[in-house]
Ligand binder design. Structure first.
Ligand code: SF4
Length: 355
């Protein structure tokens, strides 16, 4: 069965032709799914009954099923746990901030990269998500919230660049003017630093924003916190990001999750400042959301302020994102990890940086 949620308008036009219909029907189906949020073919009343019958027998709209929603007691952030058609579970987070309504999407079930501060890492990798499962998260959250989603970040479970084709396709669908029409500069793809993919992304000229999750400013600490660094080290990341700036002329974002006593020492700030001086980027400082059983600590406001002031002299464009939803475990993978471990065994674990 063809899952139509993950198809572009062009693919849906071809699919309509294969069904013996006029190609423009594909565009209508796309707008029913993405503009009207249709969950069934019977809703698509501009299509003939015969076409709707054909669609019922040859296609599906496999939206991930919402099985749990947790709302923050501190903010209006909400965490969504989804069940996929094969029973696997993933999560998305909705982060409202004034007029900005952001959804953080997952790109994989689990993750193979083993970042030491991350709950998703504990699961290993189960599989990549399809483009339909990625877009489906957004459609489902939009339906639950009942308001237009303005921003999308690929910062949920998984490393987006390890599911490159499906993530790019999903971003293109989300951005498409016949669908949700979310602006390309409102869609951010984040990576822990897959240097080869950053170069590919720059060379292919995709319009979406790019973010690097840095979290350590020297190779010794980064190797320890993020084992991907042993394959794509800091210099490789920086060189790939320079390439990105040269090819696109666009600024990117560096994310630095601040962990008290781990990567917030004065020497970390000095090294980070040195890296930032070389790059055309802005910096987001994100105080760590603690995970039970892990040794990493959230900095208090004084520790954060100290670090911020040391960095600010090197990089004026620093923002602090007090992570929303700390009380609902809104760090990537936490709610899901708790559920998944109870119900599934790990079936696959890819080697670092494979694909
Ligand atoms: S931080 Fe991201 S890349 Fe690292 S293990 Fe977690 S989900 Fe994977």
């Amino acid at each position: 069965m063809n899952d139509l949620t993950g198809m572009t308008p062009e693919e849906l036009r071809d699919f309509s032709t294969e069904l013996g219909e006029k190609s423009f029907r594909g565009g209508q189906i796309f707008s029913w799914i993405h503009q009207h949020g249709s969950e069934s073919f019977t809703d698509m009343t501009t299509l003939s009954k015969e076409l709707r019958r054909k669609l019922e027998s040859k296609a599906t709209l496999q939206a991930p099923e919402v099985i749990d929603v947790t709302e923050s007691g501190e903010t209006a952030s909400r965490k969504f746990l989804f069940r996929l058609t094969d029973g696997m579970k993933i999560e998305s987070v909705f982060l409202p901030d004034g007029k900005r309504r952001t959804v953080c999407l997952s790109s994989q079930v689990g993750c193979p990269l083993d970042c030491k501060f991350c709950a998703t890492a504990k699961m290993g990798l189960f599989r990549n998500l399809t483009s339909g499962e990625i877009v489906g998260q957004l459609l489902a959250v939009g339906r639950e919230i009942g308001k237009r989603i303005t921003n999308v970040v690929f910062m949920g479970m998984g490393e987006p660049m390890l599911n490159y084709d499906n993530v790019i396709k999903a971003a293109s669908i989300i951005h498409h003017p016949e669908g949700l029409n979310i602006g390309s500069r409102k869609i951010t793809i984040s990576t822990v630093g897959m240097a080869n993919r950053i170069r590919q992304y720059a060379d292919e000229g995709h319009p979406f924003k790019l973010a690097l999750s840095l979290n350590a400013a020297d190779d010794v600490l980064r190797d320890r916190l993020m084992p991907i660094n042993t394959k794509h080290n800091l210099e490789a990341c920086i060189s790939a990001l320079d390439h990105y700036s040269e090819r696109t002329g666009k600024r990117f974002t560096v994310e630095y999750v601040l962990m008290a006593g781990t990567n917030d020492r004065p020497e970390d700030a000095t090294r980070l400042a040195g890296i930032l001086k070389r790059l055309d980027c802005k910096l987001n400082l994100i105080p760590y959301n603690p995970i039970s059983g892990e040794p990493f600590k959230r900095p208090n406001r004084d520790q954060l302020k100290r670090f911020y002031e040391l960095i600010y002299s090197a990089k004026r464009t620093v923002t602090v994102r007090w992570s929303q939803g700390k009380d609902i475990n809104a760090a990537c993978g936490q709610l899901h990890a708790e559920n998944q471990r109870k119900n599934f065994r790990k079936v696959k674990s890819k080697s670092i940086g494979s694909q």
